[in-house]
Design a protein around this ligand. Structure first.
Ligand code: TYD
Length: 216
């Protein structure tokens, strides 16, 4: 199933998904679009109790079996989708929802960590987004960006793993496309400003934005 009005942004660590989501939120406010439609910028792991626990695991503060982490990501996603005020409710009332990461992250990261079967099973019943934007970045640049950060590295932020992450994304994208998702692959090596313009134009092509453009 595809959820209309739902877009996700994906990429390796350091590919800029979080920066781009912040920029997108700013653009929506600047363009005054919220007057005509609700929009909700969100992300996974969420800021809910399960998401916060996942962040502690990613930072190495708590240690669990990798399969447990895969299950936690799926449980957090279930809340993100179906809890009151969640993705399904918002998209259903014609709000635009854009998420920093979703099922592709689990299929890629947990697929590499614990084999494809478990994340595929855990995520099989979750609906697809209407639009999937993937920020593609050379693994060398990913590692340079991670090295420049002040925070301690998370468990997946190592060269060998990130190279496999990129490969796994490139293999996975056609599967989403075959399922009817509009998949856009953007070069993540440009400046954040350049990338923000491209992302903005793709989001503006979503059918929900047609109504907004007409009402402005
Ligand atoms: P994120 O907050 O996007 O990290 P960053 O801002 O450093 O890119 O995501 C945190 C990490 O969680 C990232 O390494 C990807 C990983 N992740 C998974 O392994 N599985 C998932 O299902 C999701 C949503 C994220």
């Amino acid at each position: 199933m595809i959820v209309s009005n739902f877009a996700v942004i994906e990429g390796c660590d350091g590919s800029g998904t979080t920066t781009q989501l912040k920029q997108l939120k700013k653009n929506f406010s600047l363009q005054n679009i919220s007057k005509n439609t609700g929009f909700f910028v969100t992300g996974e792991p969420t800021r809910g109790p399960l998401g916060l626990m996942i962040r502690k695991i990613l930072m190495g503060k708590i240690s669990v079996q990798k399969e447990t982490l895969a299950r936690l990501f799926a449980a957090d996603r279930g809340e993100h989708l179906y809890a009151p005020g969640g993705i399904i409710e918002r998209c259903g009332r014609n709000e635009l929802v854009v998420s920093d990461r979703y099922t592709p992250s689990s299929l890629v990261y947990q697929g590499l960590d614990c084999g494809r079967e478990l994340p595929e099973t855990l995520n099989a019943a979750f609906p697809h987004p209407e639009l999937l934007i993937y920020l593609d970045l050379d693994t060398g640049i990913v590692m340079e960006r991670i090295a420049k950060r002040k925070e301690k590295r998370e468990i997946y932020e190592y060269m060998e793993f990130q190279a496999k992450v990129r490969e796994a994304y490139l293999e996975l994208l056609p599967i989403y496309e075959q399922a009817g998702v509009r998949v856009i692959c953007l070069d993540g090596s440009g400046t954040p400003e350049e990338l923000a313009i491209e992302i903005w134009s793709k989001v503006m092509e979503m059918p929900i934005m047609e109504k907004v453009k007409k009402n402005r």
